[in-house]
Design a protein around this ligand. Structure first.
Ligand SMILES: [Fe+2]
Ligand SMILES: [Fe+2]
Length: 178
């Protein structure tokens, strides 16, 4: 019952989506298909990375960390929250560019987004989660674990699995077309 492992595992899936976003460049010449796959990937990032994952950090982990150590709130946690906001804005921009068929710009922006997301994940894996492990007792960790499970259940456990399957489909179509 390790809540941090849940977040690590979600990061691994998000990193997989990040690689997929980079691979999209291979099919940029097939405009319509490219646009379809960008929209599919945007849906994945919005649903999985933002709702299932960032919510766990924003609603549960970060507030609990801030309660345990006030100094963290204005430091690394603030930075992570700002990153999440920037990611939402970048996704909106990628969506607009793709809708307007400015595909080179969309891919540039997408790569900018996934680079920033990769850095963000590295900071969480190497710093934030390491700090979290030192802050909470076993009992508190257990509580966090169940709150994470509750959030997943609220959003839908089945939907979470479906989203990872959708990511696999996007990956496959890029491989086939690229
Ligand atoms: Fe985060
Ligand atoms: Fe994260």
């Amino acid at each position: 019952m390790d809540p941090i492992k849940i977040l690590f595992d979600e990061h691994d899936i998000i990193l997989d989506a990040i690689q997929t976003a980079k691979n999209l460049r291979k099919i940029i010449h097939k405009q319509e298909t490219y646009a379809q796959q960008v929209f599919a990937l945007i849906s994945f990032f919005r649903a999985y990375a933002d709702k299932y994952h960032h919510y766990k950090e924003e609603e549960v982990l970060f507030p609990e960390m801030a309660k345990a150590n006030e100094m963290l709130e204005s430091g690394v946690i603030q930075e992570m929250l700002e990153n999440h906001e920037d990611f939402r804005e970048l996704i909106r921009e990628i969506e607009m560019l793709t809708k307007n068929l400015l595909l080179d710009e969309a891919q540039e922006k997408l790569e900018q987004y996934v680079e920033a997301l990769t850095d963000h994940i590295a900071v969480e894996n190497d710093e934030v989660f390491e700090i979290a492990k030192t802050l909470f007792s076993e009992k508190e960790m257990e509580k966090l674990y169940f709150r994470f499970k509750d959030l997943d259940a609220e959003l839908g456990d089945k939907r979470k699995t479906e989203l990872t399957q959708q990511l696999l489909l996007i990956k496959k179509s890029i491989e086939m077309l690229g």
